[in-house]
Ligand binder design. Structure first.
Ligand code: SF4
Length: 673
């Protein structure tokens, strides 16, 4: 019997637990009582995670599709097939004709080598699913603070006096984080949740504010206006540590709080109460998730959150901070590793020719692509236009997760070549030409970076089934056969290279991670450094060390009238596209299919209690069992997004800066059957 410490494969909280292994098989798990995030607990998903390891649906050999269907082939044939196809596309149409999608579920080392492969291949199109969730956090927080990550550790939520949670249902999406909310409440903190739905998180709040979807930006502006007018702003902090306050004031000058109240549906007294509670708190925390980012103006929403925290001086101290909660276990790491169209590892912009040249030298090529390629959300259009003809996807399922996913499916049909690396057949694999079997998280070693920048080592517990291999081996083989390197080395060696090229990871080695129960929180610039749980204590990561208030435009037209909005979101027992959790019976039986939630106060649902609802948007239509619920705004319908047909309804309208799709901004109509 042995025990192996692993990182949970699901949400970005980064819980760690021990797998109990006997005779090469996982028999169960045990909790790690002292772990700083998990603290001796796991949520339902974490508890059930090991059950997918021996699942009969696992892909166990490389597969090539021919006229008879899928055929098992040798690794040699599959790898040479992939390479032959993408190299021939490169020869005929140029390196821009092939795109690469990395994975927020793969290790740091796998993501680092995957983007390196893409860039050595010469393609500018490397991205991953952070584009679909937190790209506005990367872009917006970098503008204001010089760094686009969570500022404080999760445990600091318990130290806060006022928690303002906007667009996050963390009690379901990041359940272990919720216990910090209870700890804060026990200390007397006020918890405010802003969400059009009365979610599980809203039900543990002291105050639930339910604005009309799409009006968060106005509400954030109104909060700042009240804070300034009533004298709650922290002027000593603003004077000492920021620039651009005048611009913020100017941007708010014409914003009428009464009008915001009318448009958002939040009464004036509540706006003032929230402004007062957060503005006057000694230590305030602002938590947000995709309810803020997945909007037409997702980056402006994030900028407004950052401005609000700066305005009140709630940054750079214990118990304060901004908490963009990441949804997948390594979405932070995949961003750090450079799996983004506009950044090399360590968020080096492609336009930074000097540092780009240094990467090229280290990687042994003449030069790297110098301008950003297509983002994940832009790829389907680029494929339809014929600009992208080949695609290699590591562990993602865009046919379920992309907005207007019907369009994505149509686009994938047009590809000359699609290769997938995955655990299971998915909705996307229908369109693939080659599938490579991947090892799951407990079948390989490597590091993951959680939502609070904590880098942790996950140990291999068992062998992968059949011929499945870790993605690092697969990428190494592809690169070796392409002549990009002899062998990319072990996960430990790749982490050494990461430490060499990303200053924030400079002191993070596998030896330190393996010997640490808690991992290391970046920035950790050298081996003597203990990590940096709280960012910006003394200076922001800008050239002059000062934060930049970044004004946004509040004068644009906002939704009013009778529109009905579709909002999508997560459930506590499912994970992303559902390709894993829909296969775990202990989870799936609680919600095996999508239901549409409608407020009976909505005129279209007045008489409906049971039955079906046909939901129509400009992207498509789909029918779901109906669930009548008073727990959501009358002008919204809610559908959990873990099921294939749901994103066929969302629209592929993008935020102009971060290119995140506006999943939470879809107008819909509903017919009750
Ligand atoms: Fe895993 Fe997240 Fe649940 Fe923790 S909260 S057990 S990381 S899914």
């Amino acid at each position: 019997m042995k025990r192996c410490r692993v990182v949970c494969p699901f949400c970005g909280a980064g819980c760690v637990f021990e797998l109990v292994v006997q005779n090469g098989e996982v028999k169960g798990l045990d909790y790690v009582v002292d772990h700083p995030v998990a603290g001796g607990a796991l949520c339902a998903k974490g508890n059930a995670a090991w059950q997918l390891l021996g699942h009969p649906d696992r892909i166990t050999t490389p597969l090539i599709r021919n006229e008879k269907g899928w055929q098992s082939v040798s690794w040699d044939r599959a790898l040479d097939g992939i390479l032959g196809s993408i190299m021939s596309l490169r020869e005929r149409y140029g390196p821009e004709s092939v795109a690469f999608l990395a994975s927020a579920k793969a290790t740091n080392e796998e993501n680092y080598m995957f983007q390196k492969f893409a860039r050595l291949f010469g393609s500018p199109h490397i991205d991953h699913c952070a584009r679909l969730c937190h790209a506005p956090s990367v872009v917006g927080l970098r503008k204001v603070f010089g760094s686009g990550a969570m500022t404080n550790p999760i445990s600091h939520l318990a130290l806060s006096d006022c928690l303002l949670i906007i667009g996050s249902n963390l009690a379901e999406t990041h359940p272990v984080v919720a216990k910090r909310i209870f700890q804060a409440k026990d200390r007397g903190a006020l918890v405010i949740v802003v969400d059009p739905r009365k979610t599980a998180t809203a039900s543990i709040a002291d105050l639930h504010v339910a604005p009309l979807p799409g009006t968060d930006l106005l509400l954030l502006g109104a909060l700042m206006k009240v804070i300034i007018e009533r004298g709650y702003a922290d002027y000593p902090f603003i004077g000492a540590r920021t620039v651009g306050f005048e611009g913020l004031e100017e941007s708010l000058r014409d914003l009428e709080v009464e009008k915001v109240s009318r448009i958002s549906g939040v009464d004036l007294g509540t706006i003032v109460r929230v402004a007062e509670a957060y503005g006057k708190a000694r230590r305030g925390s602002l938590v947000y998730c995709m309810g803020i980012t997945q909007h037409r103006r997702g980056t402006d929403n994030v900028l407004s959150c950052a401005n609000l925290a700066l305005l009140c001086g709630h940054i750079g101290r214990d118990g304060t901070g901004l908490y963009p909660l990441r949804g997948q276990n390594n979405v932070q790491g995949a961003c750090d590793m450079g799996c983004l169209a506009e950044f090399l590892p360590g968020y080096v912009p492609l336009s930074d020719t000097e540092r780009s040249r240094r990467f090229a030298e280290l990687w042994g090529c003449e030069r790297l692509p110098s301008s950003p390629g297509y983002t994940a959300a832009e790829l389907p259009e680029a494929i339809i236009r014929g600009e992208v003809r080949g695609l290699v996807i590591m562990g993602e399922n865009p046919v379920v997760t992309d907005p207007a996913s019907g369009k994505t499916a149509e686009a994938l049909k047009k590809l000359d070549f699609l290769a997938l690396i995955d655990l299971f057949p998915t909705e996307t694999s229908k369109y693939a030409h080659v599938i490579l079997p991947a090892a799951a998280w407990a079948e390989k070693s490597g590091s993951y970076t959680n939502t609070e920048r904590r880098v942790q080592w996950s140990f291999k517990a068992v062998e992968p089934p059949g011929e499945a291999m870790p993605d690092l081996w697969t990428i190494s083989e592809l690169g070796r056969r392409a002549g990009f390197w002899k062998d990319c080395g072990s996960a430990e060696e790749v982490l050494d290279e990461i430490a060499e090229v990303i200053p924030a990871y400079g002191g993070i080695t596998s030896r330190r991670l393996k010997n640490s129960e808690e991992g290391l929180i970046w920035p950790c610039p050298d081996e003597a450094h203990e990590g940096t749980p709280v960012l910006f204590k003394d200076r922001f990561y800008t050239d002059d060390g000062l934060a930049r208030f970044t004004a946004v435009n509040y004068s644009e037209k906002f939704p009013e009238g009778t529109d009905l909005f579709l909002i999508t979101g997560r459930l506590g027992i499912h994970y992303n596209s559902g390709s894993i959790t829909r296969r775990i019976e202990n989870l799936n039986r609680y919600k095996p299919e999508a239901e549409v939630e409608i407020n009976p106060g909505c005129e279209r649902a007045e008489k409906a209690v049971h039955g079906k609802a046909l939901v129509k948007t400009s992207s498509g239509e789909a029918c779901f069992p109906l669930r009548s619920s008073r727990n959501l705004h009358e002008k919204t319908v809610f559908i959990p997004f873990h099921f294939p047909e749901v994103n066929n309804l969302t629209e592929d309208v993008l935020d102009p800066e971060a290119r995140v799709p506006a999943y939470k901004d879809t107008r819909c109509s509903v017919e009750i059957e």
